[in-house]
Design a protein around this ligand. Structure first.
Ligand code: NDP
Length: 486
């Protein structure tokens, strides 16, 4: 295993009000490269003091940023997008070293983030309001979409660079200023993006970056100077976020976890469906909110389909994130790996068939936190491995007899982030897409979404949407103006 590319990483610290500082009021976290457990840096953690400073900086920057002519805002955001592209190689190296993203995933990130800024920059002069009919009253009524002010953004470790673009780009396009708190487990890409924003000419204080854990998160969520919060992470943490936001009644957008079902009908293209089933394991080693981790297969093809997926899984390269042909890297840290393996052990003890994987990988990978693609069959739908979000490369397979049963099983979860359909029957696809209770429906091995598409969850998978005009609306509030003309 090659060592971590520490030279690519920015020195960890805070980007607050245009300045980089490295002194923490509460201490630091020893960040380890997950592929070999090597220390990268002690990452200073943001606490109340740092959050107070960041909120003050964002508040100070807000009036001028809000008042900046929209064409100037758009130009600055487009320039930032270009700076992100210019630093593409550096950003790829950073995301590989911060959370073990494999090279082939990291490859698409800089362009994706740049695209998010360009797309949202285009909305800077397109939000406005509506004319409201007042007839027959002699009056004039209209609405204005306005920024909230200061937005607090909390993102997890599995895709912080993308989350940076998904939340900050729409928030700033409509005139808000931001504080982003990346996870202590993967802080580097957000820190570097914060620095690059300044290089691009984004005014100081518009984007502030304060890495940290629960203490910093609580300080941000309970801060009276924050006008709206946007949280991406797990449901248990979301409850803490809501509690901390509650005294100030701060509104909160939530992008949470999932336990997404993939429905494989017998008429599906077999090769496409096999690859699709493995997408529950491959991207970020299953540490992906939208992973399709419950694969429901039509009874008539169940056994041969599972055997085909097992065979295909044996060709997946798990290994060094820096290698161009690695499909799956490590899990983020040892606790996560132990948690994932615990789910598999308990499923096995309860009679489930572990078709492949389910063990920590050794050899060259022994120092890292690696688990290969893990396929679980013959498992009861009530078992925790089917019910709960494992957040690792574990996919369970279940049978269904007909369309009605497939939809019922797919919807039998408190989550509702995504659902997948593998079928060549167009009428069925439309019928089932309508019946599935999820924010995103992806058909025939579709993965990822256009930047203009809305993304978010139903039920316990979240509140609100990011992406497209829907994401813009998360960061504006509507004022109504009623003028008596009598
Ligand atoms: P967590 O909920 O543990 O952490 C998310 C963020 O919250 C991190 O920055 C974390 O910091 C921070 N945090 C921890 N404690 C608090 C607190 N008390 N108050 C405020 N913030 C706090 O999630 P994971 O890191 O485990 O991420 C995985 C989860 O995120 C999964 O459920 C996944 O599905 C979901 N997710 C959802 C996405 C979506 O778009 N729907 C996208 C990606 C992930 P720290 O990590 O330093 O503790």
């Amino acid at each position: 295993m090659k060592p971590a590319n520490i030279s690519a990483l920015p020195k960890p610290g805070f980007v607050i009000g245009g300045k980089k500082t490295t002194e923490s009021s509460i201490g630091s976290y020893d960040h380890l490269y997950p592929a070999n457990g090597q220390l990268t840096y002690a990452v200073p953690l943001g606490g109340k003091k740092e959050m107070d400073e960041a909120v003050a900086a964002a508040r100070k920057a807000y009036p001028a940023w809000r008042a900046m002519p929209v064409n100037e805002k758009r130009k600055l955001m487009n320039r930032f997008a270009q700076v992100i592209r210019d630093h593409g190689e550096e950003l790829k190296a950073i995301v590989m070293a911060e959370n073990g993203s494999p090279h082939m995933m990291a490859d698409v990130f800089p362009e994706w983030i740049a695209d998010l800024f360009e797309y949202n920059a285009g909305w800077a002069d397109k939000i406005g309001g509506d004319m409201i009919t007042t007839w027959p009253a002699p009056a004039f009524d209209y609405t204005i979409d306005e920024p909230y002010g200061v937005i607090g953004i909390i993102v997890p470790w599995n895709g912080p660079a993308i989350s940076f673009g998904q939340m900050i780009a729409p928030a700033m396009a409509v005139g808000n200023t931001c504080i982003i708190k990346p996870s202590e487990f993967a802080p580097y890409s957000c820190i570097r993006l914060g620095e690059l924003a300044l290089e691009a000419g984004i005014p100081e204080g518009v984007i502030n970056v304060v890495p940290g854990g629960g203490e910093g998160g609580t300080a941000l969520c309970s801060h009276p100077g924050v006008d709206k919060l946007h949280f991406t992470g797990g449901g248990h943490t979301a409850q803490k976020v809501l509690s901390a936001a509650q005294p100030n009644l701060t509104p909160v957008g939530l992008e949470l976890g999932g336990k997404s079902a993939r429905l494989v009908f017998a008429d599906a293209d077999r090769q496409t469906a096999i690859q699709a089933a493995l997408m529950g394991c491959i991207p970020m080693s299953g540490q992906a909110c939208i992973a399709g981790t419950r694969v429901l297969v039509e009874d008539s093809i169940f056994d041969s389909f599972v055997a085909d997926v097992q065979n295909a899984a044996s060709y997946i390269k798990v290994g060094d994130p820096a290698d161009a042909d690695t499909a799956m890297g490590p899990l983020i840290h040892k606790q996560q790996m132990d948690r994932v393996l615990g789910f598999v052990d308990r499923a096995s003890s309860n009679g489930a068939r572990i078709v492949s994987g389910g063990e920590r990988l050794g050899g060259d990978l022994a120092d890292g936190f690696f688990v290969g693609p893990t396929l679980v069959a013959d498992v009861d739908a009530s078992h925790e491995v089917v019910r709960d979000e494992v957040f690792g490369p574990v996919v369970s397979f279940m049978r269904f007899r007909d369309e009605e049963e497939a939809v019922r099983l797919a919807n039998a979860t408190p989550y509702g982030l995504a659902a997948y359909i593998e079928s060549n029957d167009l009428k069925r696809v439309h019928r089932v897409a309508e019946a599935l209770d999820a924010g995103s429906i992806l058909v025939n091995n579709a993965y990822g979404l256009p930047v203009a598409a809305p993304f978010g969850g139903n039920k316990q998978s979240g509140v609100g949407r990011v992406g497209g005009i829907h994401g813009i609306r998360e960061f504006v509030r509507t004022k109504n103006v009623y003028i008596n003309m009598a």
